[in-house]
Design a protein around this ligand. Structure first.
Ligand SMILES: C[S@@+](CC[C@H](N)C(=O)[O-])C[C@H]1O[C@@H](n2cnc3c(N)ncnc32)[C@H](O)[C@@H]1O
Length: 149
């Protein structure tokens, strides 16, 4: 099966329904992904990766910081970590997303959790969302950080 952009991908989620949707999307795009059903608060891969992506993962603050800290350790030398998730400011100033600030991200907190990585992007990004009432803006924490080789 084709591997878009040449990446070999492992995807982790603890929801069977979420993984079913991910499998459908992967098949639609003709990409081969190894899916792992696991709780990321306990998951530990046996290898490191050129790219680790944490996308819209909602956890309480202590769990979030600990998962980010451990996930930073999964980045191979020369590799990159990308975190994109609902920013805490989205609760009061943005569209959609969870109503609880507890499960939202903060740029400085995220950078601090990524021990051993050097950030190149650390910002609140404005993401346009199309709604029935017109375009709205969602606010995301976006952090890109690399491990020096
Ligand atoms: C908002 S969805 C985002 C899904 C996908 N990452 C994306 O960006 O489209 C949050 C996902 O995190 C998963 N999740 C939440 N807590 C988790 C945990 N402790 N371990 C693994 N997956 C978790 C949920 O099952 C859900 O699929």
């Amino acid at each position: 099966m084709a591997r878009r952009q040449g990446w070999q991908v492992t995807g982790v989620d603890f929801s069977p329904a979420g993984l079913d949707k991910a499998r459908r999307l992967a098949a639609d795009h003709d990409v081969d992904v190894e899916w792992v059903e696991a709780d990321v608060t306990a998951y530990q891969p046996s290898e490191t990766f050129d790219l680790v992506l944490v996308a819209y993962l909602q956890l309480s603050t202590p769990q979030r910081v600990e998962v980010l800290r451990r996930a930073a350790g999964w980045v191979a030398p020369g590799g990159t970590m990308l975190v994109v998730a609902h920013d805490r400011s989205n609760v009061t100033e943005g569209h959609g997303g969870p109503p609880s600030p507890e499960v939202c991200y903060d740029v400085d907190e995220t950078v601090a959790a990524l021990e051993g990585l050097t950030p190149s992007v650390a910002e609140v990004a404005r993401r346009p969302v199309q709604t029935d009432e017109g375009e709205r803006v969602a606010l995301d924490t976006v952090v890109v950080a690399t491990r020096r080789s």
